[in-house]
Design a protein. Sequence first.
Length: 414
Amino acid sequence: MPDPIRDADPTIAAAVESERERQESTLGMIASENHVSEAVLTAQGTALTNKYAEGYPGARYYGGCEHVDEVERTAIERAKSLWGADHVNVQPHSGTQANMGVYFAALEPGETILSLDLTHGGHLSHGHHVNFSGQLYEVEQYEVDPKTGYIDYDALAERARAVDPAMIVSGSSAYPREFDWERIGEIADAVDAFHLADIAHITGLVAAGVHSSPAEHADFVTGSTHKTIRSGRGGIIMCDEAYADDVDSAVFPGSQGGPLMHNVAGKAVGFGEALEPAFEEYASRTVENASALAAVLRDRGLSLVSGGTDKHLVLVDLRESHPDLTGDDAEAALSDVGIVLNKNTVPGETRSPFVTSGIRIGTSALTTRGFGPEEIETVAHHIADVLDAPDDDATLERVSESVDDLCESFPVYG
Ligand SMILES: Cc1ncc(COP(=O)(O)O)c(C=O)c1O
């Protein structure tokens, strides 16, 4: 087949091909990753990348926008159907940009955000000091109960009364349980704060109805479009009509320039796929697979934050079962046998974020490949085997061979 990249740039063509091969030949278990369809991939690599379209459909600062208008309107309408939102902005380049759009729309610099601590499952864009959000706003944090691993809502309510935030942020990168959106909405109302629900990780699960939706209980909902929903890299903001103008102008011209229309096309195609009945099956299988993963890991003596999961990921705290094995060591040992996941901080973390005491494991991408609970249980045993014997060559070789077989049986793109 002709390959225009190879003809123009063999270096990049080789790297792209190697990455595609890496994805085919390893088991991707990074909870924030997935595999988009060929249709989404193709939509992202179109002539739409050439088009400037500052503004919004029907009100652009450039001519020639009639076709990209149709793309963006389609993405918006599909998103409204998927998430039941009044107003949708599909232009954020990423989940972080989506959060920035909401902060710029709703807050003044120096106002207070109350959000989940990073080591308890939160995200950098929820006010960490290395991120713009921690630099522009005052940040107060809430935590999970150290005994249960669940968010302590009474403590959160008390903290909200004490610090009087302008916004409470719910949503997480590594919290394995559902948020009680209603309770957080009530807590925010009681202190007259906005409630931003960041559903970056669970966008697809919420769209499919296999995870509760914050729509009724939050003023703003943000998300990523490439995690549990497979519509290519990007972000999205949803809100009531009352905030529409503020959100739109906070995204453009407030914090971004021209939208990436090729990515908006990817979102539209991926959202269209998610409206098909098969997507609901995919999302519920993803959660079923995560429960199967949790059950085996627990049986194998591993400690899971909160004891299990309600969604697509589990967070393993290695401190009790494997006190000498860091998250970094575990990530490296598993990567060597073709199981790719990430080290992660855990509640009460004492090691640095580059080392950590935990690993986060997700099932979204393997479910896309066709894995069911049976194959996931096999992988879960492999993970436990490697953690128990990270230096045992026979174990590593056996697991590696099984990973190769699984990859061959469940191709990503074939
Ligand atoms: C809760 C949460 N919000 C925001 C983001 C940021 O998304 P992005 O990487 O698209 O900026 C992430 C990324 O993992 C996340 O987990």
